[in-house]
Design a binder for this molecule. Structure first.
Ligand SMILES: [Zn+2]
Length: 179
């Protein structure tokens, strides 16, 4: 009696998981350091800009003078983040903004690579944040560029929202070491 996967009882381990665990992602610090942090959710603002809530693992002192694990929480944009190869981000809770989504879907999937920006930035074509030195690139070339250290996806257009999840997925097959 072949049981269809959909009809079968769920394995016990998957029943109690109301919220996915935070995804690991790399945070770029102002001084150039990189930290592996926790990505909890992403939120789209009225402007269409996406912001990301992260938790940075830290230590803190206790009243008794000891040290215990703590976490510093904050919101950043994709400019401060870099996907970790092999870590999918599609399970991260995502809160779209209707106005922002309309703005995003109106943007065609044509990208420009701004090599004069610091850091090098991928934009959707027509993004006002791109300099006049930006050159058109195909989607695959944009993804290749984002795979290079020091290249980021703009959050002022839909480059970050669209390309970063694809990049994370594409690298799942590469089996790159996570460290
Ligand atoms: Zn842009």
């Amino acid at each position: 009696m072949p049981a269809s996967p959909r009809g079968a009882a769920r394995p016990l381990l998957t029943v109690t998981a109301p919220a996915p665990p935070p995804a690991a992602i790399t945070l770029l610090l102002p001084d150039g350091q990189e930290l592996r942090v926790r990505l909890y959710e992403r939120l789209q603002m009225d402007t269409g800009l996406w912001v990301f809530r992260i938790g940075v693992p830290l230590w803190q002192t206790t009243e008794g003078g000891g040290v215990e694990p703590a976490e510093y929480g904050t919101w950043v944009t994709s400019a401060q983040l870099r996907p970790i190869p092999g870590v999918a981000l599609d399970q991260v809770p995502t809160h779209r903004n209707p106005a922002g989504r309309a703005a995003a879907t109106a943007t065609p999937w044509v990208w420009v690579l701004d090599g004069r920006a610091r850091p090098t930035t991928v934009h959707a074509e027509g993004c006002p944040l791109a300099t006049d030195r930006a050159v058109p690139v195909k989607t695959m070339d944009a993804l290749d560029a984002l795979g290079q250290p020091g290249t980021v996806a703009c959050t002022g257009c839909d480059a970050a929202e669209t390309l970063l999840p694809i990049l994370a997925h594409g690298q799942e097959d590469a089996h790159a070491p996570g460290d």
